[in-house]
Design a protein around this ligand. Structure first.
Ligand code: PLP
Length: 320
């Protein structure tokens, strides 16, 4: 049994709390994509839900707990998808939700947060500046601060993806998980290392936002000064020590990919699976593109984890 902050019983219990529309997402082989990549590729599709990302698996859990505790308000920092998911889950439960995001976040993510009735504050800097501001707001108002990946519910919610993967057949060899704060990778990793330890769990991050991957390899927190990636959903500079410890316990590798590979991954997903995805969701395909030999002939699952993308930028990226 891997030693992390996560608990398999609680992850099973989470399935009864998360709205079923976020659960049991499609998992299917994509032969055309596999032919392009030289391996068997299955897609775990996390975009066909009202917030177009996996993040609601965690926010469903968080908000139901808040309601149980009699809390009425919550604030989070977000690159966009957590904020959208928290707004969705909070709205359904009558919670006041405040979200702090970067002014540079994709407009579509910010618009959706506002449309879901949340209070949205924009900061000049990146996600780390937003995190600091959200903590200030929580202190000033005396409300709950939701901290993605640090709050174990965000990891255990995402871990329900792992339960679904473990319960699916036929067996696969590796799962590629986009790595940001680490909630998804630690969650999926915890479940797979508990019930299907033979499956390789590989975290993928952009070379332009490498802090957690560098930390993973150096086995200590490494921070960076700046971010330079289109994969806004996974871009952070200050890894959380507790999450790093969990990742070290339940993931087999962490790799960095180039921006050009992320764009090529988005293009291949559009062309060969018909999926419009945001850059973070193409990280898995990018990882195979950069190391075909490693995956040759194997069965790989890539989690297509988000589809919130500004159309103008998307067209610019995928245009041949
Ligand atoms: C689309 C998408 N992919 C990947 C991630 C990274 O997930 P985590 O922060 O759980 O590592 C996020 C985070 O918000 C996301 O929105």
């Amino acid at each position: 049994m891997p030693q992390t902050r996560l608990d398999l019983d609680r992850i099973h219990a989470a399935r009864r709390v998360v709205d079923p529309m976020f659960l049991d997402t499609p998992l299917y082989p994509c032969d055309a994509l596999g032919r392009q990549l030289g391996c068997t590729v299955s897609v775990k599709l996390e975009t066909a839900n009202p917030v177009r990302s996996f993040k609601a698996r965690g926010t469903e859990l968080v908000t139901s707990l808040l309601v149980e505790q009699g809390r009425t308000a919550v604030v989070c920092a977000s690159a966009g998808n957590l904020g959208q998911a928290l707004s969705w889950s909070g709205l359904r439960r009558g919670l006041d939700v405040a979200v702090v995001a970067s002014k540079r976040a994709p407009a579509t993510k910010l618009d959706r947060i506002r449309a879901l009735g949340a209070e949205l504050e924009l900061v000049d800097g990146d996600i780390e500046v937003a995190r600091a501001r959200a903590a200030d707001i929580a202190r000033q108002r005396g409300i709950r601060l939701l901290e993605d990946s640090l709050d174990v519910e965000t990891c255990e919610g995402a871990a329900t993806i792992g339960l679904e993967l473990a319960g699916a057949g036929p067996a696969f060899d590796a799962v590629l998980v986009a790595l940001g704060g680490g909630a998804m990778a630690s969650g999926v990793g915890h479940v797979l290392k508990t019930v299907a330890p033979g499956v390789e769990v590989i975290c993928v991050q952009p070379a332009g936002a490498p802090a957690m991957t560098r930390s993973w390899h150096e086995r200590r927190v490494v921070t960076t000064d700046s971010l330079d990636t289109i994969a806004d959903g996974v871009a952070g500079r200050f890894p959380i020590p507790e999450v790093l410890d969990d990742l070290l316990a339940v993931t087999d590798d962490a790799v960095l990919v180039r921006e050009s590979s992320i764009i090529e991954g988005m293009r291949l997903l559009l062309e060969h699976t018909g999926l419009v995805v945001e850059p973070s969701a193409a990280l898995g395909v990018a990882a195979v593109l950069e190391d075909r030999e490693r995956f040759a002939g194997r069965h790989v699952v890539t989690i297509v984890c988000g589809g919130n993308v500004d159309l103008d930028a998307y067209h610019r990226w995928v245009r041949p």
